[in-house]
Write a protein that binds this ligand. Sequence first.
Ligand code: DAT
Ligand code: MG
Length: 148
Amino acid sequence: MEKTFLMVKPDGVQRQLIGEIVSRFERKGLQLVGAKLMQISEELAEQHYGEHKGKPFFTELVEFITSGPVFAMVWQGENAIEICRQMMGKTNPKEALPGTIRGDFGMFVGKNVIHGSDSPESAEREIQLFFKEEELLTYDRHINTWIY
Ligand code: DAT
Ligand code: MG
């Protein structure tokens, strides 16, 4: 089963959207295998967003993602990465469709509520960056036969 890394950003935590967001992925049929409320250090932020280093918004991005607690999660399911990206909506909330998380809750690209891995490579990298192996659980979910 494919795993993806998702994170409610500091704006989503402050706006009390953790439950709403977790609920959407649960109802879709994805399985939660790890989660924690945490504060991102500047070092971790720079590693996580390494691909954006040098871009004009990088400093602001690091400042924002370290500005308060985030809710980091790993979700599992067939095609989890692509399905979660679809559910998040486009990066810029002004382009994100209604019904997506960013489309429903975001107004501004710099505060777009949620992060999600965009490829198998980034999912693997981000999961390793945020979670220890023992923090990810393997467990049977008896509703699986009604989802797949
Ligand atoms: P995504 O979060 O959809 O994967 P990304 O990886 O291109 O998008 O960018 C990471 C984050 O950086 C994004 O969620 C918000 C911020 N960002 C991206 N483009 C930006 C821009 N043009 N101005 C301000 N912030 C931006
Ligand atoms: Mg990205």
